[in-house]
Write a protein of this length. Sequence first.
Length: 94
Amino acid sequence: MATVTFSGVVSTQATVGETITITITKPDTTTETLTATTLADGSFTVTTQYSIVGNYSAIAHIDADTQYEAKTTPPIPFVIPLQPRDITLTINVS
C-alpha cells in the first residue's frame, strides 16, 4: 500500500474553504475523485492510499466564481512502484 499526498496552491485570491477537485486516472483507466479545501494562504492538501502498482496521473481543478475563471492543471504523472520485500533462507545441516 502506498500513501500519496496531493498538494498545491491557488495563486490568485483563493478564499478559505474553496473546493479543489482532484481527479486521478488509475492504471486500468478508471478514475477517482478526491476533494480538498483551500486554507487562508490558498494551499490545499489531501492524502489517499493506493495498492495497485502502475502508472497514474492526476489533475486539480477549481471552479469559477464571481471574479475568477475556472482553472485545471495539466495532468501530472506518478507511479506506484512494486513494494519491497525480503526473503531469507536458512539451512541446517546435522
